[in-house]
Structures are given as structure tokens and as C-alpha cells.
Write a protein that binds this ligand. Structure first.
Ligand SMILES: [Zn+2]
Length: 160
């Protein structure tokens, strides 16, 4: 017997309204990173004493050098797009638990003064208006709305 796609009602199964909230420490440098954004609307990187590279967000150890990192470096809120993807496929955002409106653009951004890339949303979804090499600036939530997480940065906007 073949399934009749015109007469069969497609059913769904619900897993119920379960939630499992949890918290974890973002550490000293993670806390400083978001504190700097909230208080000064700028990014914070960290310089390796051996290779000299500045990475954002700050971390405790330089991966290639295995050096302990302690020199925090204030950075601006601007950077350059190094890669991007305009996403048109819907999925559930793990940060919010709801579907992100599509399309949206996710980009790799080299923050001014840093040597690695920082990934975040870019508020341009027209492929004719966004290019690798364009300068962008972070757009933050209002200080009273900030929660000390990556969503304190709403998105990056193209400035030229
Ligand atoms: Zn290093």
C-alpha cells in the first residue's frame, strides 16, 4: 500500500515545553571584554609577549606559542570584513531558542589593531552592497540593555 500524499495529514510530535537553563563562568578576560564594551563601547584584545599578535576577544594562553597572555589592548569598534555569508536557510538560533529571521549575514571581521578574526552579524543582506574589504563598525545595545554577552553587540554596519 502506498502512502497517498494528497490524503495523508502530516503530523508533528512535540517534545513538550521543557527548558534547561544553565550558567557558566566566562572567566576574568571574558568578563573584562564585555565590561569594556558596556563601559567604553570598544573591544579589548590581548597581545602575546612572544609572537606579538593581538587577539580578540582576549584569552589566557597564546595557542601557537603557549605563552601566558596578560597585556590587554584596547581596540576600536571598527574592523574590516574578511569573509561573509548571507544565510537564507532558517534554523533555530542557539543563543535565543527561536528562529532567526532570514536572510541574515554572518561575517568574519578583522578588528582594527587585532591579528585574528572576530565573527558576528553584519546588517547587510544585499550581495550587491557587501564586499570583502569593506570597513564596518559595531552597533551595540544601549548600556542599560546590555547583559554581558555577545548579544550586547547587535551587529556590525558597513561604514565604507
Ligand atoms: Zn604568541
Amino acid at each position: 500500500m502506498a502512502a497517498d500524499t494528497d490524503k495523508t495529514e502530516l503530523l508533528t510530535v512535540s517534545s513538550g515545553g521543557q527548558a534547561m537553563p544553565y550558567e557558566w563562568s566566562i572567566g576574568l578576560y571574558g568578563s573584562r571584554f564585555f565590561q569594556e564594551i558596556k563601559e567604553h563601547k570598544r573591544f579589548l584584545g590581548i597581545r602575546c609577549p612572544k609572537c606579538g599578535l593581538v587577539r580578540v576577544p582576549p584569552r589566557r594562553i597564546c595557542g601557537p606559542c603557549f605563552q601566558k597572555l596578560e597585556e590587554l589592548v584596547p581596540l576600536s569598534d571598527t574592523g574590516t570584513i574578511t569573509a561573509f555569508s548571507i544565510v537564507s536557510y532558517p534554523f533555530i538560533d542557539p543563543d535565543t531558542g527561536v528562529q532567526r529571521p532570514i536572510p541574515y549575514t554572518y561575517g568574519y571581521i578583522r578588528m582594527d589593531g587585532a591579528d585574528n578574526i572576530f565573527s558576528h552579524l553584519i546588517n547587510e543582506t544585499d550581495v550587491e552592497k557587501i564586499k570583502v574589504g569593506m570597513k564596518v563598525r559595531a552597533v551595540f545595545k544601549a548600556p542599560e540593555e546590555m547583559c554581558g554577552n555577545i548579544q550586547d553587540i547587535r551587529y556590525f554596519e558597513i561604514i565604507r
